[in-house]
Design a protein around this ligand. Structure first.
Ligand code: CMC
Length: 430
């Protein structure tokens, strides 16, 4: 066993801690005995140096710009796989054979409808509610409808809940959009594949025929594959922490959606478009870069930077490459936004501040442009990210529940408040 010795210089006491080797990437120090042997906790706000769990799902090498799902490079999956196949891979650990894939696809299709009672929830929301707010609430409410399979200690129950979540998210998401624009819900059509079905539920109306554009469906599928999982990011860690108390999977995924919504995480795709649209000409770019570098200005270049990727985000590279091709294929006229995005990227990449801090375009920098080209409204961007990421969240939840032993997540703190003091009666207070 390899060890790392930690010595507390103030007491001279030492502890030998086990160094655990990873199959890829940095080893970790098991600090479990630090508190019992030295009376110390670690302090790591933002978890920049903390591995919170053991996992076999996704691997990221931030320096190489490498992303693997169950060992398979994202470039190969994006080029050759389907979202349903990737979902199977994430959930079960291996690529499916033909019959496994057909069976999985059939199961997901069978679960695309939602209990009709859920549709009545929608009318309780304000007409102009953000679809992410609706998504969060409706997904949380699923546990009140599907409590026939909520025993988290029963593997079959866990599997049914996982299938339900993956299958129902597109339906719930599309209904959230339809409600906010005052159109009737379009029910799933199970003859269609996962992404085509979602596009139809979003854009069809009962009044007209609607044909899904296969180029749009393939582009969406690619986006979904790229967003399917990303190791222990904020929303996945939120799902894991919520699950650690034994909470039901619908409540935990709802917590994950809430975390994803923030602009530093999944909400960035929406913020990128807002930022690009606020730039009326490329001549304004230097001013924007200057603002992003100003310590006294809270403004950040949205779609830039990543906690892990310090070279490039491989997902951004794939999306960037497909962006021009897709816009041409779809005959999209909105090219000025792409021009501004390319210029902004060019200007940032040659700027010393961005170079020194290793800030590169992330997955969200170009993804908004593609979603916009597909006719997806801005407030649905993070919703689509949520649909794609559901399989990742569910896979992490399933992995955690399958562990022999898991304990409730309960971090400690560096307390800097008052030490104990006596209660002061009202008439004695200043
Ligand atoms: N524009 C300008 N400066 C930046 C940016 C940016 N986009 N991102 C980081 N920095 C600076 C930051 O000010 C800090 O400077 P200093 O060291 O002088 O204080 C330094 O770079 C490190 O930043 P950090 O906030 O400590 O880094 P982090 O790892 O905690 O945050 C991040 C990562 C993605 C939240 C951050 O880069 C950011 O806010 N980016 C913009 C939002 C964004 O695009 N989010 C999508 C992330 S990818 C999709 C996903 O995973 O959800």
């Amino acid at each position: 066993m390899e060890t790392v010795t930690i010595t507390d210089d103030s007491t001279g006491k030492s502890v030998k801690l086990e160094k655990k080797t990873a199959s890829s990437g940095s080893p970790v120090i098991d600090i479990g005995q630090l508190q019992s042997k030295l009376g110390l906790y670690t302090f790591d706000p933002g978890f920049t140096s903390t591995a919170a769990c053991q996992s076999t799902i996704t691997y990221i090498d931030g320096d190489k710009g490498e992303l693997l799902y169950r060992g398979y490079p994202i470039e190969q999956l994006a080029g050759q796989s389907s979202y349903i196949e990737v979902s199977y891979l994430l959930l079960y650990g291996e690529l499916p054979n033909k019959s496994q894939l057909d069976e999985f696809n059939d199961i997901i299709i069978q679960h695309t409808m939602i209990n009709e009672g859920i549709t009545r929830f929608y009318s309780g929301f304000r007409y102009d509610a953000h679809p992410m707010a609706i998504l969060c609430a409706v997904v949380g409410a699923l546990s009140s409808f599907y409590h026939d399979s909520l025993d988290i200690n029963n593997p079959r129950h866990r599997e049914i809940s996982a299938h339900r979540l993956i299958a129902k998210l597109p339906t719930i998401a599309a209904f959230s959009y339809k409600y906010t624009i005052g159109q009737p819900f379009i029910y799933p059509d199970n003859k269609l594949d996962y992404c085509s079905n979602f596009l139809r539920m979003m854009f069809a109306t009962p009044a007209e025929d609607y044909e899904v554009n296969p180029i749009a469906a393939r582009a969406l599928e690619l986006m979904m594959i790229l967003h399917a999982d990303h190791e222990q990011n904020a929303s996945t860690s939120t799902v894991r922490l919520a699950s650690s108390s034994g909470a039901n999977p619908f409540a935990c995924i709802s917590a994950g959606i809430a975390s994803l919504w923030g602009p530093a995480h999944g909400g960035a795709n929406e913020s990128v478009i807002n930022m690009l649209e606020s730039i009326s000409s490329v001549s304004e770019i230097p001013k924007l870069i200057k603002r992003a570098k100003d310590k006294n200005d809270k403004f950040r270049l949205m779609g830039f930077g990543h906690r892990i990727y310090k070279n490039f985000d491989p997902r951004a590279k794939i999306i960037r490459d497909m962006c021009h091709q897709l816009l041409n294929e779809l005959d999209v006229k909105d090219q000025p936004l792409v021009e501004i995005a390319c210029e902004l990227e060019y200007a940032a990449l040659k700027d010393d501040y961005f170079k020194e801090k290793k800030l590169y375009p992330n997955v969200d920098f170009y993804s908004g442009i593609i979603l916009k080209a597909l006719g997806i409204p801005l407030n649905m961007f993070t919703v689509i990210f949520s649909i794609a990421r559901t399989v990742g969240w569910v896979s992490h939840w399933k992995e955690m529940m399958e562990e022999d032993k898991h304990r409730i997540g309960r971090p400690r703190q560096l307390y800097m408040g008052y030490t104990a003091r006596d209660y002061v009666a009202m008439d004695k207070r200043k």
